[in-house]
Design a protein around this ligand. Structure first.
Ligand SMILES: [Zn+2]
Ligand SMILES: [Zn+2]
Length: 453
């Protein structure tokens, strides 16, 4: 039996070759038929996974949607066409669809009798990245790309929604499929919650999501109970000097040199000030200043990304950034203090509810095999999926590998990492990953909707 065709032990009486007797008139036969029906009845409610053949039926449409979404990406809070494409499909599947939740988000409900409410979330937004994949369906929008795999997530989400809608006799409860805007930048989940996600709509018993991953082979599922994704803060620093002629530096206060020293000094926060067992990242991802080689500019702007796992460490790192930057400006003789601002929404730690994560991992291992479902380490990347857990819903964000195994092996051999999400070259390996994502998502949902344990 294929692992995906695993069913509960209730299946045994029906699968043992039992045939109703030809003599329908005999009392014994009628009794046997009754026993047969009783034995078989729970099978429908006990379906633990859809078969690969069932997943294959929704794959072509999901693949076509993926290519369309990839070619037509939209940035955070501008995902109107993206949301409209999903909404139309969900309405056709019989979902009760509300659009415009948290600006461009959508909530799709499928009520299917008594049972738990389970939320499954996809992200809608793309990144301000110039695509370099060379794909035939590459982004048609300059400077915008689905570089985080949210197009893949949406395609899997639709496939999952369809299988659940077409197999309503396999589960009971309320399925809440949401399309969340603006995951990048961290404001989308907060916007949906502020717009009544858990008050205008049922507050779910569980919240789930699945993200593509560059560290695992295509289709492999990764889970991590407890803190899984880091806090994230964007910091913008403007260093002020006094501009002038490049050949007369004595008459200037050079903010380029000031910025260069600040960038290096900021690295000592992680290497010299932080306890090495506390994970911290301080990255200066952007540095801008000046217009010509023969002109010393007035100011330079730095954009930082800070990742931490606890409030205590976060506070200490943010204070160190301020102290070091101000001290570098003072050391350079700047007459004006640097401006230090928090940029955008800060992300909180994604906390994967341990009991929920263990339950999902067990269901996934049973359906997909132990080797395809592995515990993975926490990440320094961030996700605003954290907000649903903070709002009081047991939550689990799992990962799905999306890189051909040969490429991972080559990366290990050469020491050159494969392109990862946010890279202009990030391309999830589509077929095994998308099919496995649909299989995993539906397996999780069927398990949580299961009435008998
Ligand atoms: Zn991202
Ligand atoms: Zn993402």
């Amino acid at each position: 039996m294929h692992p995906l065709e695993n069913r509960s032990t209730f299946q045994a009486p029906c699968s043992a070759g039992w045939q109703p007797a030809a003599d329908w008139q005999s009392a014994n036969s009628r009794k046997a038929l009754l026993l047969f029906l009783i034995a078989c009845a729970p099978i429908i409610a006990q379906t633990t996974a859809f078969s690969p053949a069932q997943v294959d039926t929704v794959f072509p449409a999901s693949q076509a949607l993926y290519m369309d979404l990839h070619a037509n990406p939209e940035l955070a809070f501008q995902e109107t066409q993206t949301a409209a494409k999903l909404a139309a499909r969900m309405k056709a599947l019989g979902y009760d669809v509300t659009t415009g939740v948290g600006k461009t988000g959508l909530v799709c409900l499928l009520k299917n009798g008594p049972g738990p409410t389970v939320m499954f979330r996809t992200e809608l937004d793309a990144l301000p990245v110039d695509e370099k994949t060379g794909l035939p369906f590459a982004s048609k929008t300059p400077h915008v790309m689905h570089a985080c795999g949210h197009d893949l997530h949406m395609a899997a989400w639709i496939g999952t929604a369809r299988l659940m809608a077409e197999n309503k006799d396999a589960w009971r409860g309320t399925l809440m499929m949401i399309g969340q805007p603006a995951e990048e930048g961290g404001a989308g989940a907060k916007a949906m919650l502020a717009d009544g996600l858990f008050t205008r709509f049922p507050k779910p018993d569980f919240a789930l999501s699945l993200h593509d991953d560059d560290t695992m082979p295509s289709g492999q599922i990764g889970y991590h109970p407890g803190p899984f994704r880091a806090m994230s803060d964007g910091v913008t620093i403007t260093l002020y000097g006094r501009g002038g002629h490049a050949a007369m530096p004595m008459n200037t206060i050079d903010p380029v040199v000031m910025a260069a020293r600040a960038v290096l000094a900021l690295q000592t926060i992680v290497s010299r000030e932080n306890n090495p067992v506390d994970p911290v990242v301080v990255t200066v991802g952007s540095i801008h200043g000046g217009t010509a080689g023969n002109v010393i500019p007035d100011e330079v702007t730095l954009q930082l990304s800070v990742r931490t796992y606890t409030q205590e460490v976060r506070k200490r790192v943010m204070a160190a950034i301020e102290r070091i930057t101000k001290a570098e400006a003072q050391a350079a003789g700047a007459t004006r203090e640097p401006k230090i601002e928090i940029r955008g929404a800060s992300a909180n730690v994604v906390y994967n509810d341990p009991a929920l994560t263990a339950r999902l991992a067990a269901a996934l291992k049973k359906a997909m095999g132990d080797a395809n479902v592995v515990e993975m380490p926490p990440k320094m990347t961030s996700e605003d999926f954290a907000e649903y857990g903070i709002a009081g819903v047991p939550s689990a964000l799992l990962q799905i590998g999306a890189v051909p195994p040969a490429k991972l092996a080559e990366a290990k051999r050469t020491g050159i990492a494969v392109p990862a999400p946010h890279s202009p070259e990030w391309v999830p390996e589509l077929e095994p990953t998308l099919k496995a994502a649909i299989r995993a998502e539906t397996t999780e949902l069927l398990d949580l909707f299961r009435t008998q344990q």
